[in-house]
Design a protein. Structure first.
Length: 323
């Protein structure tokens, strides 16, 4: 016959073990309080907000009025046709070569933790390189893009509130410098590329000019073909020069400076974000209470299932049967 434990019996077990339950609960609360108030170092958060915008220079076709004249290769009389799309095609070709990386909010967000930015910050603030390794430093920094905006927040956690604010602001400043430097290097590289193309084109123009000068004007077909070839080369160079002038304008305007703005500098926090002392104590109270109740029930179970308890229970049952 199975034994049933009533609610009254459960409450009686808890009541008998009330001192143990209270003791365990108090000890748990004391341990949590000591750890929260005296052992665990407080952690502070400081945040800097950046506004980023996509000011990536567009090196696509931008309205050249130059008409490129090409020889009609489908006729034998050397007649000429004008292609009003040839300059556009060439411009698009140059655009594929002279292309900047597209910078979106998420792209900027990923670049904030660039090793160069973090190393510059460690060096600038003279942080201990043994403590502030790249991996440890990254874990202290949280970068978030605010939904449906062009804002990025850089949040730093530190035990020193002033240092947390300094790190957040310094990372923002170094990140901006890094993006500007990166854009300038890219612009210089593109300028060098287009300069080489222009120099090569000038060499071709010089050769075509010499060829035209050496052509007998009486040979109209040959002369017109060479003249058209020279015009094509010059018009191609004009398109290249448009790209070159645009890149020079990009370099002079320093678009990277305009693309990133610090909208809110970090404020030195006056309250730590952790440990959450009252929350820790409340959790310790609940866990201590649960642990105490569990121990009391376990002790009661152990007591009732011991060989001695079984012998006493069997003896009582036998006496009841005899009676």
């Amino acid at each position: 016959m199975e034994e049933e434990i009533s609610l009254r019996e459960l409450l009686e077990i808890i009541w008998k073990g009330r001192k143990l339950i209270v003791s365990i609960t108090i000890i748990s609360v004391l341990i949590a309080g000591i750890l929260s108030f005296f052992v665990i170092k407080p952690t502070y958060e400081a945040s800097t907000t950046l506004s980023v915008s996509d000011v990536t220079p567009q090196t696509g076709f931008f309205g050249s009025n130059t008409t490129v004249v090409l020889p009609n290769q489908n006729t034998n009389d050397g007649s000429m046709i004008e292609s009003d799309t040839a300059d556009k095609d060439l411009s698009y070709l140059l655009s594929s070569i002279l292309k900047y990386q597209d910078m979106t909010v998420n792209t900027y967000k990923e670049e904030v933790k660039n090793p160069q930015v973090l190393l510059d910050t460690i060096k600038q603030l003279k942080l201990d390189p043994k403590k502030y390794t790249l991996d440890n430093f990254k874990n202290e920094i949280d970068v978030q893009a605010i939904d449906n905006t062009n804002l990025i927040t850089i949040t730093v956690k530190e035990s020193d509130p002033e240092l947390a604010a300094k790190i957040a602001d310094t990372i923002a400043s170094n990140f901006k410098s890094y993006i500007i430097s990166k854009n300038n290097r890219q612009t210089d590289k593109l300028i060098s590329t287009i300069e080489n193309l222009i120099n090569l084109q000038n060499t071709k123009i010089e050769s075509a000019t010499n060829e035209l000068n050496g052509t007998d004007p009486a040979d109209k077909i040959k002369y017109e073909q060479n003249q058209t070839k020279l015009n094509l080369l010059k018009n191609t160079r004009d398109i290249m020069m448009e790209k070159y002038n645009m890149l020079q304008l990009v370099k002079a305007s320093n678009l990277g400076e305009q693309g990133i703005l610090v909208t809110s500098k970090a404020i030195v926090p006056d309250k730590p974000v952790s440990p959450k002392k009252l929350l820790n104590i409340a959790i310790a109270f609940i866990l201590g209470l649960m642990l105490g109740v569990f121990i009391v029930f376990f002790m009661e179970y152990w007591k009732n299932t011991s060989p001695e308890a079984k012998s006493v229970k069997d003896l009582k049952n036998d006496n009841m049967i005899i009676s």
